[in-house]
Design a protein around this ligand. Structure first.
Ligand SMILES: Cc1ncc(COP(=O)(O)O)c(C=O)c1O
Length: 390
């Protein structure tokens, strides 16, 4: 089938919820994607923060294939080996105590919010409020969309669930004013990804932790985009020196296969009891076997390298003509280009063989952590030249 036919079928038979770019990805390796027309592109997106070890990482592919030859699925009514092994590794790495596995970031946040509501209901009938941040993004299910602090996303699908409040990020006084005895949880990202790569101050995150403790509210850290090495630490909350009550994760953990979930601490690990929550495909052995390989490769050295590469990219970007507002942490980077809409700039980059993303009013980069400095330099040269001519 040729490129045009693929696009034609897509247009005719797939619901148009995405604005697709003119790339028909056929194969990938490391930080490179090959289009069906044979052209090779440098990828600075990792499939929106998913393939952090690059495309078709060999060890991950072998781990997935090996499990695929044994058993693809059985259901959560029985034990399989990969899921508890993965839960142990995640808990030991993060200091959390127990894991629940689902399929996506939205589902992970849905599980965390349900857990917070159950916790609240054990304290009082009115302890149901969830506080989130303006410009946050927590998912596309009705409840996680409601938790998402972006007004333009709160249309068409009402009535939305009750019990959500929104406050300005990095404003401890606003948080103090919003959280009270009726708050069951605060949910936030350490770096707001979709909201424009906005980094929370560590002191602010510590203050939110204290405000939650004072009001017996749970602190949910949404690490769906920031987690599993993306910011140069295994979880981004490690930059802030706090312990969350729940950590949600997805994207980078599955290496490209759909896996998300929640990590619970001592206080929250027994909230969910048999029958309270579940999902057919959660803890799938093939996906968990791949995730084990991702974690094995996510060494401290790789994280340090990712942090250094992120610093390198941000420093270079800050010196480019017409590039402003560089923000980020590790390999999660945003910037603006004077006089250019981010979507137009990303479109121009694609035409020159560089795959990048947008986030709100910024261009966003989520490169694979394993990208080489040679590829970084090639991509930066294109960004510099394109921004110069903006
Ligand atoms: C911080 C954050 N939370 C939740 C989600 C939703 O994840 P998913 O698309 O896997 O449902 C995303 C997706 O971009 C995200 O960035």
């Amino acid at each position: 089938m040729n490129r045009d036919k693929i696009k034609e079928l897509d247009s005719e038979y797939i619901v148009h919820t995405y604005g697709r770019s003119d790339l028909v990805a056929e194969s990938g390796s490391g930080a490179h994607i090959t289009d069906m027309d044979g052209s090779e592109l440098i990828d600075l997106t990792s499939g929106i923060g998913v393939c952090s070890l690059g495309y078709c990482n060999e060890e991950w592919v072998s781990a997935v294939k090996e499990q695929l030859d044994k058993l693809q699925h059985i259901s959560n009514l029985y034990y399989t080996q990969p899921a508890p092994q993965l839960a142990e590794k995640l808990c030991k790495r993060s200091g959390m105590k127990k894991a629940f596995f689902g399929n996506s970031g939205a589902e992970a946040n849905e599980c965390a919010i349900k857990s917070a509501r159950k916790y609240g209901s054990s304290k009082s009938e009115t302890k149901t409020d969830v506080v989130s941040l303006i410009d946050s993004f927590h998912g596309r299910t009705l409840q996680t969309l409601t938790a998402t602090g972006q007004d333009d996303m709160h249309k068409y699908f009402g009535p939305f669930p009750d019990g959500f409040k929104y406050v300005k990020a990095n404003d401890a006084e606003a948080m103090e004013a919003a959280v009270d005895e009726n708050t069951c949880a605060v949910i936030m990202e350490i770096v707001q990804g979709e909201g424009g790569v906005n980094v929370l101050d560590a002191d602010y995150v510590k203050a939110v932790r204290e405000i939650c403790d004072k009001n017996d509210a749970l602190l949910i850290i949404d690490e769906v985009q920031t987690g599993i090495g993306r910011t140069g630490k295994f979880f981004a909350f490690e930059h802030c020196g706090i312990e969350p009550d729940m950590v949600t994760f997805a994207k980078g953990i599955g290496g490209g296969l759909p896996l998300g979930g929640v990590l619970f601490n001592e206080k929250t690990m027994d909230i969910l009891q048999p029958g309270d929550h579940g999902t057919t495909f959660g803890a799938n052995p093939v996906i968990c076997a791949g995730a084990l390989s991702v974690l094995d490769q996510m060494t401290d050295e790789l994280l340090d390298e990712a942090a250094a590469k992120g610093e390198y990219i941000m420093t270079k970007l800050a010196g480019f003509e017409n590039v402003t507002d560089v923000s980020g942490l590790g390999m999660m980077i945003g910037f603006k280009v004077s006089g250019k809409k981010p979507g137009d700039f990303v479109g121009e980059l694609l035409g020159k063989g560089i795959i990048a993303l947008t986030a709100h009013d910024k261009v966003r980069l989520l490169p694979p952590l394993v990208i080489t400095y040679e590829d970084i330099d090639k991509a930066l040269a294109v960004i510099e030249e394109t921004a110069k001519n903006a």
